[in-house]
Design a protein around this ligand. Structure first.
Ligand code: HSE
Length: 438
C-alpha cells in the first residue's frame, strides 16, 4: 500500500456524503499539497443508482453493493455516512475486520454501539474515528480525547442541537411562539416534518452519551441519558427569563462534580442560564460546547453543528488523520470505557424556576411557601405577576414565579406533587433548572 495515495470507500451519498465527495474531488490537489496525501474516491455506495445527484462522483465509482466496498482490497479506508444502526454497524465491523480504518458521522450508532465498535477497532489495530458524530463541523471529539486527555473535566455543557437552538432563539429574540418558530425551522429544512427527535431531545441525548464516553470514559448509551425536550416551553417562560436576566437553552450536560470516581450525571433539558454566560450568545442554528476543567478553566468551542459541508469538513479531518496513522502502521488512541455510577436525576442539585397560577386571595402565598418549606426547598426570589381582580371582585388568579436556591431534585419534585394537591393552585407551569446566578 502506498500511504501517500489512498482510495476511499464512501457509504452513503446524501447531504454529508455528497459534500465529502465534492471536497475530495474538487479540493484534491490542495489537500495533497497541504498534507502529502492524495485521496481518491474509490467507490460510493448508494441505495439506488437511478437517483439524480448533483455530486461529482468519478465515472464508474457508484455502486449499490456496500458490503463489497468494505472488503474490496482496492479500498484502503471506509467512510460511513448512511446513518442508522443497521446495516451501518455490520458494514463497519466488516471493514474493521478487513483491517480498514473507518470514519463515521453516525451519532445514533456510536451512542448505542460505540463500545462494541471501539473494541473491534482496537482488536484490528486500526482507527475508528467519529469527530462528525457530535456537533457536526465543530472540532470537539479530538480536543476532548487528545488536547484534554489529562485534564480533570468537571462539566461539559453543550448546545448540540441546532434545530432547538433555532426555535428557542426565534422565541427569545423575535418573540415567536413555539409553534411559529417550529414551522419556520421546518420551512428552512432544519426540522424534519416529524420533529420529535430534535424537539424532544433524543438527538441531543445521543450526543450527550458520546460526550460522556469521550470526556469521562463512562460506559453510557443514549438510553441512559435523562431527557426533556423544549415543546413545553412557553412565551411566558421566555419573557420571565429575559426579565430576570436569563436565557433558556436546551443543554446537554455531562458532569462529574465530586471526584474522578464519583457518579457521572448525563442529562438533556431546557436550562435557564445567565444572559451573560458565553452559551447565551449562541444563536440561531449554531452549536457550542462549554468545557469546565480544573487546570484549563473554562473554554468554549462554537460553530456549525450540522449541514453538509461543515460535517464533511470534520469527516475529512478524520480521514487525513486515519491516513497518517495507516502510513506509520499505527492506530490513534482508542476510547477506553469504564463502569461509572450514573447520578440519577433525583440526586441532581440545581436551582429551579417554577411558575404557578394560583387563586388571588389572602393566605395563598403562605400556603404555597409552606409547601416549599416542608421539603427544605429555599426560595431565592418570588414575584407575583398580574394580580387580576376584576372591578366586580372576581378572582382571575395570579401568576407566581419562583427561583429557588440550589436544592435536590427529589425535594423539588415532592414540592410539585404537593402543589398539585393544593386547591389554591390552578395551574402548574414549567419547571426549569437554572444554572449560574444572573
Ligand atoms: N438535527 C440535528 C440538529 C443535526 O438540528 O442539530 C443532526 O444531529
Amino acid at each position: 500500500m502506498d500511504a501517500t495515495h489512498l482510495r476511499v470507500g464512501v457509504l452513503g451519498c446524501g447531504n454529508v456524503g455528497g459534500a465529502l465527495v465534492r471536497l475530495l474531488v474538487v479540493d484534491r490537489e490542495r489537500i495533497a499539497a497541504r498534507t502529502g496525501t492524495r485521496l481518491e474516491v474509490g467507490a460510493v455506495a448508494v441505495r439506488s443508482l437511478a437517483r439524480d445527484r448533483d455530486v461529482p462522483v468519478p465515472e464508474g465509482r457508484l455502486t449499490t453493493d456496500a458490503a463489497a466496498v468494505v472488503v474490496d482490497p482496492e479500498i484502503d479506508i471506509v467512510v460511513e455516512l448512511m446513518g442508522g444502526i443497521e446495516p451501518a454497524r455490520t458494514l463497519i465491523l466488516a471493514a474493521l475486520k478487513a483491517g480498514k480504518p473507518v470514519v463515521t458521522a453516525n451519532k445514533e450508532l456510536i451512542a448505542n454501539c460505540g463500545a462494541e465498535l471501539w473494541e473491534a477497532a482496537a482488536n484490528a489495530g486500526v482507527d475508528l474515528l467519529f469527530e462528525a458524530a457530535v456537533a457536526g463541523g465543530i472540532p470537539l471529539i479530538r480536543p476532548l480525547r487528545e488536547s484534554l486527555a489529562g485534564e480533570h473535566i468537571r462539566r461539559v455543557m453543550g448546545i448540540v442541537n441546532g434545530t432547538t437552538n433555532f426555535i428557542l432563539s426565534k422565541m427569545s429574540d423575535g418573540g415567536a411562539s413555539y409553534h411559529d418558530a417550529l414551522a419556520e425551522a421546518q420551512s428552512l429544512g432544519y426540522a424534519e416534518r416529524d420533529p420529535t427527535a430534535d424537539v424532544e431531545g433524543f438527538d441531543a441525548a445521543a450526543k450527550a452519551a458520546i460526550i460522556a464516553n469521550v470526556a469521562f470514559g463512562a460506559r453510557v448509551v443514549a438510553g441512559d441519558v435523562y431527557r426533556e425536550g423544549i415543546s413545553g416551553i412557553t412565551e411566558i417562560d421566555i419573557a420571565v427569563a429575559r426579565r430576570l436576566g436569563y436565557v433558556i437553552k436546551l443543554l446537554a450536560i455531562v458532569e462529574q462534580p465530586d471526584s474522578d470516581v464519583g457518579p457521572v450525571g448525563v442529562r438533556v433539558h431546557p436550562t435557564m442560564i445567565p444572559a451573560t454566560h458565553p452559551l447565551a450568545a449562541v444563536r440561531d442554528s449554531y452549536n457550542a460546547v462549554f468545557v469546565e476543567g480544573d487546570a484549563v478553566g473554562d473554554l468554549m468551542l462554537h460553530g456549525r453543528g450540522a449541514g453538509g459541508m461543515p460535517t464533511a469538513s470534520a469527516v475529512l479531518g478524520d480521514l487525513l488523520d486515519a491516513c497518517h496513522n495507516l502510513g506509520i502502521g499505527a492506530a490513534g488512541r482508542s476510547v477506553a470505557l469504564r463502569e461509572v455510577p450514573l447520578r440519577p436525576i433525583d440526586d441532581v442539585r440545581s436551582a429551579y424556576y417554577l411558575n404557578l397560577v394560583v387563586a388571588d386571595r389572602p393566605g395563598v402565598l403562605r400556603a404555597v411557601a409552606e409547601v416549599f418549606a416542608n421539603h427544605s426547598v429555599s426560595v431565592r426570589s418570588m414575584e407575583q405577576e398580574g394580580a387580576e381582580s376584576e372591578a366586580s371582585g372576581a378572582d382571575l388568579g395570579a401568576r407566581l414565579v419562583f427561583i429557588t436556591h440550589r436544592a435536590v431534585e427529589r425535594d423539588v419534585q415532592a414540592c410539585l406533587s404537593d402543589l398539585h394537591h393544593l386547591d389554591v393552585v390552578r395551574e402548574i407551569g414549567s419547571l426549569i433548572r437554572v444554572i449560574g446566578a444572573a
